[in-house]
Write a protein that binds this ligand. Structure first.
Ligand code: PRP
Length: 219
């Protein structure tokens, strides 16, 4: 089999990976030892299936690899899917992992007297400018977004933006940075995502793996 014919599964780096791997293994896909070696600089890994490779990329890039057909399957949160809204991606299965929410937060002292229903214009630091703009536009609020790729929580104290939109899980990061969650935009979990064209051209293989993941997460 040539490398181009391999089935490629894109997994997100970071904390979701720890929750995703038990499902990947339960579905019968076991990566080569280098996958679990923190010193390895490999980005693409062989598995116990000679025709399946795993790639490990940033969570936003999982969706991009799958949308362009460079990877066939992937694991991505609905936060990422909402931001990109790629028509080439089909998300058939909620894996029930990575539960968190996408929320607006602002400094504690402002939150004490603020009422989000009275906003007409907000300036927001976020990794999710599209979702944020859409969310506020739907209720007539103009959201001016400043795109950051991480550490959004720094923006209010340094005067970049009064508010942020970011993922909140335990709430510890907000608390440690003097911020309060004031509005939830979306509940988030990770989904199994597939490239629609691959589903058409390799239907048996693709539906087989979707079903294997469905069983692995008890569905
Ligand atoms: C996410 C998010 C927050 C934090 C929230 O970042 O961007 O900073 O987790 O979690 P908490 O409510 O439990 O404190 P993550 O650590 O995933 O890294 P990232 O900034 O690279 O996205």
């Amino acid at each position: 089999m040539s490398p181009q014919d391999k089935l490629v599964i894109a997994l997100p780096k970071g904390r979701i990976l720890d929750e995703a791997m038990p499902l990947v293994r339960a579905a019968g896909i076991l990566p080569e030892p280098a996958f679990d070696d923190p010193k390895s600089r490999l980005l693409r890994f062989a598995t116990n299936h000679p025709h399946i490779d795993i790639i490990r990329v940033r969570s936003f890039d999982v969706a991009t690899f799958v949308a362009f057909g460079a990877a066939h399957l992937g694991v991505a949160g609905n936060d990422v899917l909402m931001e990109f809204d790629y028509p080439e991606i089909y998300a058939p299965l909620d894996l029930g992992i990575g539960a968190c929410r996408l929320s607006v937060a602002e400094p504690d002292d402002l939150a004490a007297s603020d009422d989000p229903r009275r906003w007409s214009h907000v300036r927001i630091a976020t990794k999710y400018p599209e979702v944020t703009r859409r969310h506020f536009a739907a209720r007539g609020v103009q959201a001016e977004c400043v795109k950051l790729n991480g550490a959004m929580e720094l923006a209010p104290s340094l005067g970049l933006c009064t508010r942020i939109v970011d993922l909140v899980s335990s709430g510890a990061t907000l608390k440690a940075n003097g911020l309060k969650e004031v509005e939830v935009l979306a509940e988030v979990t990770s989904r199994l995502i597939v490239n629609r064209a691959a589903l058409k051209t390799r239907p048996d293989e693709m539906t087989g793996w979707i079903e294997a993941f469905r069983k692995a997460c008890g569905g």
